[in-house]
Design a protein around this ligand. Structure first.
Ligand SMILES: Nc1ncnc2c1ncn2[C@@H]1O[C@H](COP(=O)(O)OP(=O)(O)OP(=O)(O)O)[C@@H](O)[C@H]1O
Ligand SMILES: Nc1ccn([C@H]2C[C@H](O)[C@@H](COP(=O)(O)O)O2)c(=O)n1
Ligand SMILES: [Mg+2]
Length: 198
């Protein structure tokens, strides 16, 4: 049981992890389509703050440009705001937690852990290739920022992956292959979750 807010006391929470360009957003779209989850991309929520020029906008933009991690208090607040305004009770939280600091802040603030965690395991050269050909006008899709993001991913995100592996919550997905091939590894994880809930 999760303690996000009274409305979401019985929510299913899935964290979606993987390096830059590993295909998290692409596969989340498929999961939404097939299993009806609400997709919350931490990166998208942060980028929206930049566009809306909120009090955190400049700090977030500088942090993203440097490939670093925004303070957890800001990111957790944005995620919880979205969850609380949603009537869905199945959440895919994409690109979060990016660090042990993110993870601990989420657990402390919500008193919850994810039900399970997906990790898209992708070689660096494939991630670089995908990000450089993404073409969505992202300020961090350039080789200098990608190199920084990869270092941050290894130093700060892999310990989170290890944590959930030790907790028996991690589903490691081989992120090399076509989108369809990858989704065929993802599908049984969510099908099993539906069976448990039924
Ligand atoms: N299996 C795949 N094979 C080839 N290209 C892919 C595959 N999956 C996704 N892509 C492409 O790779 C790029 C990165 O994918 P996506 O945006 O889903 O990654 P991400 O993990 O969300 O990255 P980020 O952390 O930077 O947001 C996109 O252009 C996407 O179309
Ligand atoms: N938990 C998070 C998620 C994202 N960010 C920042 C730093 C990332 O490089 C950038 C883009 O995220 P993505 O769209 O690749 O998931 O957003 C963060 O600071 N904390
Ligand atoms: Mg993404």
């Amino acid at each position: 049981m999760n303690g996000i807010c009274p409305k979401h006391v019985d929510s299913v929470i899935t964290f979606v992890l993987g390096g830059p360009g590993s295909g998290k957003g692409t596969q989340c779209a498929r999961i939404v389509e097939t299993f009806g989850f609400k997709h919350l991309s931490a990166g998208d929520l942060l980028r929206k703050e930049v566009v809306s020029a909120t009090e955190y906008g400049t700090m977030i933009l500088d942090t993203i440009r440097e490939g670093k991690i925004v303070p957890s208090a800001v990111t957790v607040k944005l995620i919880l705001r979205e969850m609380e305004s949603s009537d869905n009770h199945k959440f895919l939280i994409d690109g979060f937690p990016r660090s042990e600091e993110n993870r601990i802040a989420f657990e402390r603030i919500t008193g919850s852990e994810p039900d399970f965690v997906l990790f898209f395991d992708c070689p660096e050269e494939e991630m670089v290739k995908r990000v450089l050909s993404r073409n969505q006008g992202r300020i961090d899709d350039n080789i200098d920022t990608i190199k920084k993001r990869l270092k941050v991913f290894e130093a700060l995100n892999l310990p989170v992956v290890d944590h959930y592996e030790r907790r028996g919550k991690l589903h490691r997905i081989n992120a090399v292959g076509t989108e369809d091939e990858i989704f065929e590894q993802v599908r049984p994880v969510f099908a099993a979750c539906e069976q448990t809930a039924a």
